[in-house]
Design a protein around this ligand. Structure first.
Ligand SMILES: Cc1cc2nc3c(=O)[nH]c(=O)nc-3n(C[C@H](O)[C@H](O)[C@H](O)COP(=O)(O)OP(=O)(O)OC[C@H]3O[C@@H](n4cnc5c(N)ncnc54)[C@H](O)[C@@H]3O)c2cc1C
Length: 386
């Protein structure tokens, strides 16, 4: 099967490319390219530039500020942005809670929260995982007990990425302890400045503050901050993924890394030594992109999609990790020092400085968004009928 872009898709891609060449601030792109810390201000700047063009939330309905693009167009946009080293916008606001507010929010919630997400005025984090609830998310224990027009929330979340920057957290909380696990959960939007919320950092292997623990100690949350019906939070949480689950192949990020790898092999004079390994990755990426485009085209036509996203997630995350390994091998010892964004003096050339940090960071892709074992289970059940 051969898939090529039609003329409208090619024109669309060229329009995005021209926009990026003109509007993406070069200093931000350089920080992204070399894996340096991208600040909250960088992200706000880029979000507002995109919002000014009406492109901040391609996945939202047009009535709420979306673009009306097809899935294939969204894929092309994503690839162009990543290859140009644009920072990825906050997925918590744009891909998770935003679409959930569109679908389940009251008119007040939509009017107040959606424009603030679009303009990067309101930052979110995701409060799902708990020490005893990860892959088995329905076992969340954080409790929310009714008291008049409020809930009183007590419990703990863990692995909460970006909590230190977030204004609000969307959290799964238990509102009925007697019902079946999935039935007793509600979806709450909680202001992080509420009395009783505390945040403690968790550091990743590369020294970066990648996560946090968030503690709730008698935190009062107005019932009006619930999204969807009481005890129906599981339905809201499941819907968060929606079309997003089709865009998990990380093709765009892989293309960006392949470009960096190509440049690095040339700069380090390693093209001959690692040429075959590079070509093998390039072929794997081409296969992943073709498969991804085939599935997106099918979905755009209204086709039914089954376990394919699990395959794309597995293959995409494994490919990124293979790219990281080859990059580190190519840059050798220059890639070993890890500076956790602390502004220390660079030990080697730009292209090597964050090679190890990137490799450590991307190990998390095996777990985040559903572990590889869970993806294997889905494939075993849905495809192999096991
Ligand atoms: C980079 C990163 C960012 C994250 N950000 C957030 C965030 O912002 N908010 C948030 O709420 N969470 C976040 N998480 C947490 C993530 O969602 C959980 O780590 C994930 O759901 C797995 O849960 P767990 O860590 O409790 O592991 P567990 O579910 O306890 O799994 C432990 C091991 O057992 C395996 N396993 C579990 N169940 C099965 C099964 N049925 N069959 C076979 N094997 C199984 C798993 O694959 C894994 O290897 C993040 C994680 C990472 C790595």
């Amino acid at each position: 099967m051969r898939i090529s872009l039609n003329s409208a898709q090619t024109a669309f891609r060229d329009e995005v490319r021209a926009f990026l060449a003109a509007e993406l601030p070069p200093d931000i792109a350089e920080r992204v390219k070399f894996g340096k810390s991208v600040s909250k201000n960088d992200l706000i700047t880029w979000t507002r530039i995109l919002n000014g063009r009406g492109w901040a939330a391609p996945n939202w309905p047009q009535a709420h500020g979306g673009t009306g693009w097809t899935l294939v167009e969204r894929h092309l946009f994503d690839v162009e942005c990543r290859v140009a080293h644009a920072p990825a916008l906050s997925g918590f606001g744009f891909n998770m809670v935003g679409p959930a507010i569109v679908r389940y929010g009251s008119d007040e919630q939509k009017a107040s929260l959606l424009p603030q997400i679009l303009n990067a005025d309101l930052w979110w984090c995701q409060g799902y995982s708990e020490p005893q609830a990860g892959s088995d998310l329905a076992s969340v224990r954080t409790r929310a007990d009714r008291d008049g027009d409020d809930y009183v929330v007590n419990g703990q979340k863990i692995w909460t990425s970006g909590a230190e920057h977030a204004d609000w957290i969307f959290a799964l909380v238990r509102t009925d302890t007697k019902a079946k696990p999935q039935r007793g959960i509600s979806f709450l939007l909680i202001d992080m400045t509420s009395p009783g919320v505390t945040i403690e950092p968790l550091y990743a292997f590369n020294g970066k503050r990648l996560w946090n623990q968030v503690f709730f100690d008698d935190v009062r949350v107005p019932c009006g901050n619930r999204l969807g019906e009481e005890n129906h939070g599981w339905t809201v949480a499941k819907s968060l993924l929606g079309d997003e689950r089709l865009l998990v192949s990380r093709v765009a990020e892989n293309k960006r890394l392949l470009g960096i790898l190509r440049e690095t092999l040339i700069q380090t004079d390693c093209a001959a030594e690692f040429g075959a390994a590079f070509s093998s990755l390039e072929i794997r990426l081409a296969a992943l992109e073709m498969t991804s485009l085939r599935i997106l085209t099918e979905a755009d036509k209204g086709g039914q999609i089954g376990a394919e996203p699990s395959m794309l997630k597995l293959k995409g995350s494994q490919l990124i990790q293979a790219m990281d390994s080859l990059l580190l091998e190519a840059v050798g010892y220059w890639g070993l020092p890890v500076d956790a964004g602390g502004g220390g003096m660079a030990m080697g050339p730009d292209y090597a400085e964050y090679a190890a940090s990137g490799l450590f960071h991307h190990r998390g892709y095996t777990i985040a968004g559903g572990t590889s074992e869970v993806q294997h289970n889905i494939i075993a059940k849905q495809v192999l009928g096991l």
